[in-house]
Ligand binder design. Structure first.
Ligand code: SAH
Length: 444
């Protein structure tokens, strides 16, 4: 492996085995025919000890460490300042898998999995692309955004498929054609208004993920989990415009203006929102401004909190035996009251989902009962739904406020009212791991 990677290898050993002997004959390695002795570490770039003598390995390790030369003692993680990961080689593409010494077998298993679904053609793809790199850089006058855009477009197209099918010549011709036709694009910004779902990154849509990988700048809310932000292109600029209840970090008008400004600078702007952008997300207001300013945009729906929390809490929002309709309403308090059409809500045979209802829970339960619902109507409060910290608090219109009062509850929370809540006992399936959330990034 060292020779193949272009290393100049010297083997220190009283004898050489068959394979090493052959490499020596071919002039690919040098040989010091001697036992290891102090000083042999010399000024090599890296040192690997692979003897079956612990004291020799130890001596090599110590001498190399003293000289700050990276050293690896085979199969002895304690005596390694670096480790050699398992490698998937699609030269020039390389993927290294390491378990930090915890389980080489696990690394090998992963490797065999990845081997099977990374086509061998990706090596040839890498080489083909490499042969055009300089030309493409020239065409786009070294503007890294344009270069990236070009390659994204090309690599998401059919060239890789042609290579996988063994049609190398056709692939090369297709790339030649694409490169010949390439020209510097006008810097046209665009806004992607993307729903990031309720928290679990697995609930992102494919399209959301694709656009997250393409963004130059991401403008995100408090509801977007750190786990999801991890999946945004690393080089993107991160701008936090989160809101807390009654505290607006950045005013809505300013967010709208910010999106327009970034897009007019020619940037791909990812506006990432919790849940679905058109459900209590003010997505409509944001694109209205974009429309007025002539900025192009696209909207990607997300799994809204009601759908996500209901699924992960085992509470079907509709069920033939219980309900015929489901309402999504905001429980946000204005001047201490929740301003809703209570008589339209308080129907048996209807599930009601309250977004932003935590602080109004007392009022919500009171009004529903005052407008005709039984105080024994089941009600659930789902805390941090779909995340490893999810908690489901079950009660009824009578008991829920007291449950909320006596429990430490962290936002975001969703309230579900209706007979379907009874099904939670039977249908609950999701077992949150309780793992701590990732630390939230600070906007840059
Ligand atoms: N556009 C979002 C809703 C934004 S309003 C969507 O479609 O889901 C914010 C409210 O959504 C929160 O106050 C809370 O009621 C609800 N919410 C969002 N994510 C949630 C989650 N993971 N668990 C529980 N409630 C959530």
């Amino acid at each position: 492996m060292l020779v193949r990677a272009g290393g100049k290898v010297t083997v220190v050993s009283p004898e050489l085995g068959g394979e090493l002997e052959k490499l020596l004959q071919k002039g690919e390695i040098s040989h010091l025919k001697t036992e290891f002795k102090p000083g042999d570490v010399g000024d090599y770039r890296i040192v690997i000890a692979a003897t079956n003598k612990r004291d020799v390995n130890q001596a090599v390790y110590e001498e190399a460490s003293k000289k700050n030369i990276p050293v690896n003692v085979v199969d002895t993680p304690d005596l390694c300042s670096f480790i050699t990961p398992s490698i998937i080689d699609r030269d020039p593409v390389q993927i290294a898998i390491s378990t930090g010494g915890a389980s080489p077998v696990l690394a090998r298993l992963l490797r065999s999995k990845l081997e099977t679904f990374i086509p061998a053609a990706y090596g040839r793809l890498g080489k083909l692309v490499e042969s055009y790199r300089d030309r493409v850089k020239e065409i786009f006058k070294h503007n890294s955004n344009h270069i990236r855009g070009f390659w994204e477009h090309v690599l998401e197209g059919s060239i890789a498929d042609l290579l996988v099918a063994g049609k190398d010549k056709a692939a090369q011709e297709a790339l030649e054609k694409a490169v010949s036709a390439a020209k510097v694009p006008e810097d046209i910004g665009e806004v992607y208004l993307v729903g990031a779902g309720p928290g679990d990154p697995d609930l992102l849509t494919f399209r959301a993920l694709r656009l997250m990988q393409r963004a130059d700048v991401v403008v995100y809310d408090r509801l977007v989990s750190a786990e999801i932000l991890e999946m945004v292109r690393r080089d993107a600029e991160f701008v936090y415009v989160g809101k807390e209840r009654d505290k607006h970090a950045v005013k809505q008008e300013n967010i709208n203006e910010l999106l327009v400004r970034f897009a007019n600078e020619g940037k791909k702007v990812l506006r990432l929102k919790g849940g679905d952008p058109f459900i209590f997300g003010r997505g409509g207001e944001e694109i209205e401004t974009l429309m007025e300013e002539g900025v192009s945009f696209q909207v990607v729906p997300g799994i809204t909190a009601a759908a996500g929390c209901a699924a992960y809490a085992g509470i079907p929002l509709t069920h033939r035996d219980y309900v015929q309709s489901c309402m999504f309403v905001t429980g946000h308090l204005k001047d201490g009251t929740v301003n809703l059409n209570w008589s339209a809500l308080a129907h048996k045979g209807q599930t009601i989902v309250f977004y932003m209802g935590l602080h109004g829970v007392k009022e919500i339960c009171k009004q529903l009962v005052a407008h005709g619902l039984d105080s024994s109507t089941p009600a659930a409060l789902v805390e941090k739904g779909t995340t490893p910290q999810q908690q489901v608090h079950i009660g009824d219109l009578q008991t829920l406020p007291a449950i909320v009062d006596s429990t430490e509850i962290l936002p975001p929370t969703l309230i579900i009212v209706g007979d379907v809540v009874k099904l939670h006992n039977k249908l609950s399936w999701f077992e949150p791991s309780g793992a701590k959330p990732l630390a939230y990034p600070v906007s840059n």
